[in-house]
Design a protein around this ligand. Structure first.
Ligand code: M6R
Length: 588
């Protein structure tokens, strides 16, 4: 959601800014713009795509932005960057300025004129005012940001200067260190073709970059030391590499994503106390991964694991409990999950984040972090990060089982043997793609679908339905199979597609009954199962490789992702950037 880029160096800024904005497109946006200094500040901004911008401007210092509208419609005027009345400063901003109305009112009284309906424009005017008093860009910037309330990542430039000022508060901002050039961006892929050396800003960090230097300050202007890190992502990892869509590429990257995640899990030492209760808190796909993990965790640990949507967590009364709260977020920037992490901590819980992004905001609000190492995920629909989160929950279940003295070494080893086979399981499931394509053809003209399952497969059904609706725009609902006859069965009629996930476990016989129930009402049943018996009760059988019910989740997930992908493709949908959605949702 919203992307920032800043460049200062020896190259022409505009092409770099536009290229970086394209790399940030996956975050979701509805307008874009750049500002470049060449004697004076020149701005080009438009509603719609980055490709609408010509980038026809000279100059070696500039900032750019992709905007996802929150205050004011997605129009040309409301797009960033914004300049002050004298066109001496330009700014781009992610987040929300909560006190913008009051600030704006005061500045208008002093003669400032506004062009947009955004909360962000106020920052450019504040800079103008503060510069008049301070006479120095850095001082003016620090004074201005101290007058802001809310969440923000900001980059600002000043006419006649090569430096870019930046600040981070509850919205990501990363400095990229090059040779004779430096960058500032909301996410690493923006500058990955130029450098892998980064400094990840923390809340309250201010940075000043010039072509040859990067320096850091706190919000009072005192210098601070920051650690440089090396990101081992390759520029290709953020490119399509011959795949038609990022989503398909990322589905195929899953075996490697899991190998890397397993490696990183094994090399992370975390010591978690026993509390007798676990909460899992997340949104969307991360919630579904956590939910599937809950089933295994309860089975292994024999303690209650309670699921919470991050956005609902704050409405929960502060019940007295000792708990480990696990926050799952691939981006590490989801506003609802960040808020939930803060609340859980305030309530005295031990907190653990599972995230894919090094140094992301969530890591500053929890006691422990487990990194999934899935690599950058560009497609808005989460795929490889889901698998990596699921694997992390499995790993954690087994680890806690041993740490808490609930499972013995030999049970642990037995489990780990299966665990290490997950990448192979995924590879085998990827081979089902041609069969899945044929089934997608049967679904392409449908408007409604159901996904049913029981036990650990129910969260998978939820994930399958979420993938289908978000990228193909088919209305897809997931139900615990036993719930159908309590209402939704009324919607099943001739030809209604029902995807059933069936494992050979204690739910098997009941799932077969549920399949017969919907078949008898004319449903078009697609079963995902390793069991050949299922074939005789359904219209389509997708034979998955694993017959271990605990681990078949990984193979079923691949099938569900590919089914959604191919259905969306046949419907001509914009798969990597579904309408109305953003990759990282930084507003509550
Ligand atoms: O970055 P997060 O994991 O916190 O994101 C949570 C959801 O916004 C995300 O999983 C969303 O549901 C995906 N678009 C689903 O594919």
């Amino acid at each position: 959601m919203c992307g920032i880029i800043g460049y200062t160096g020896f190259r022409k800024a505009a092409p770099i800014l536009l290229d970086a904005l394209k790399r940030l497109e996956y975050r979701g946006y509805d307008s874009a713009g750049i500002a470049v200094i060449n004697h004076e500040i020149k701005v080009e901004k438009r509603s719609g795509y980055v490709s609408y911008l010509s980038g026809n401007m000279e100059g070696h210092v500039g900032i750019g932005h992709t905007r996802w509208a929150t205050h004011g419609e997605p129009t040309d005027i409301n797009a960033h960057p914004f300049v002050d009345c004298r066109n001496e400063f330009a700014i781009v901003h992610n987040g929300i300025i909560e006190n913008h109305e009051k600030l704006k009112e005061d500045l208008i009284k002093k003669g400032h004129r506004y062009s947009s309906k955004t909360d962000s424009e106020v920052i450019a005017h504040l800079l103008e005012e503060e510069y008049e008093k301070a006479g120095d860009f850095r001082k003016a910037f620090i004074n201005a940001i101290n007058r802001l309330k809310g969440s923000f990542a900001i980059a600002a430039i000043h006419k006649g200067e090569k430096r870019i000022m930046g600040v981070k508060k509850e919205s990501p901002l990363i400095v990229g260190i090059g040779d004779g050039e430096n960058f500032l961006a909301s996410d690493v892929p923006a500058f990955l073709p130029y450098t892998n050396r980064v400094v990840i800003l923390e809340d309250g960090d201010v940075c000043e970059i010039t072509p040859k230097s990067v320096s850091f300050y706190d919000m009072n202007g005192n210098p601070v030391e920051k650690k440089e890190e090396y990101i081992d992502w390759s520029p290709e990892s953020a490119e399509k590499s011959g795949y038609e869509h990022f989503m398909l590429k990322e589905i195929y990257e899953q075996p490697v994503a899991i190998e890397n995640t397993v490696h990183s899990l094994f090399s992370t030492h975390i010591d978690l106390k026993y509390h007798g209760k676990i909460n899992v808190i997340a949104c969307g796909t991360s919630y579904n991964a956590g939910f599937a993990g809950k089933y295994l965790m309860e089975k292994m640990l024999k303690i209650p694991v309670e699921m919470h949507y991050s956005s609902e967590y704050r409405t929960r009364p502060n019940v007295r409990e000792r708990a480990l709260s696990i926050l799952i977020t691939q981006s590490g920037e989801t506003a609802d999950t960040l808020m939930a992490a803060k609340i859980a901590r305030k309530r005295g819980h031990e907190t653990l984040a599972i995230t894919n992004v090094l140094g992301s905001s969530i890591t500053h609000h929890v006691d422990h972090v487990l990194y999934t190492s899935a690599g950058p995920e560009i497609g808005v629909a989460a795929t490889k990060t889901f698998m990596a989160q699921l694997a992390s929950m499995y790993y954690l279940s087994a680890k806690l089982g041993v740490d808490y003295g609930i499972i013995n070494e030999s049970r642990h080893e037995e489990f780990m043997e299966e665990f290490r086979r997950i990448p192979r399981l995924i590879e085998n499931s990827l081979q089902l793609e041609d069969d899945i394509k044929k089934i997608a053809y049967e679904l392409k003209d449908k408007e409604h679908m159901f996904y049913i399952a029981r036990g650990i497969n129910y969260p998978l059904a939820m994930e399958g339905a979420l993938k289908m609706k978000e990228i193909s725009y088919i209305h897809a609902e997931a139900y615990p199979a036993g719930e159908l006859k309590h209402g939704p069965l009324a919607l099943i009629r001739k030809g209604t597609p029902v995807v059933a996930i069936v494992s050979k476990d204690e739910t098997y016989e009941k799932m077969l009954s549920n399949i017969k129930e919907v078949s008898a009402r004319g449903a078009y049943v697609i079963a995902i199962s390793s069991e050949s018996e299922v074939k005789s009760y359904v219209d389509q059988w997708i034979r998955t490789p694993s017959n271990n019910p605990d681990f078949s989740t990984f193979s079923s997930a691949v099938v569900l992702q590919l089914l959604a992908y191919h259905t969306a493709k046949l419907r001509g949908c914009e798969i990597d950037k579904p309408r109305n959605l953003a990759k990282s949702v930084t507003v509550e």
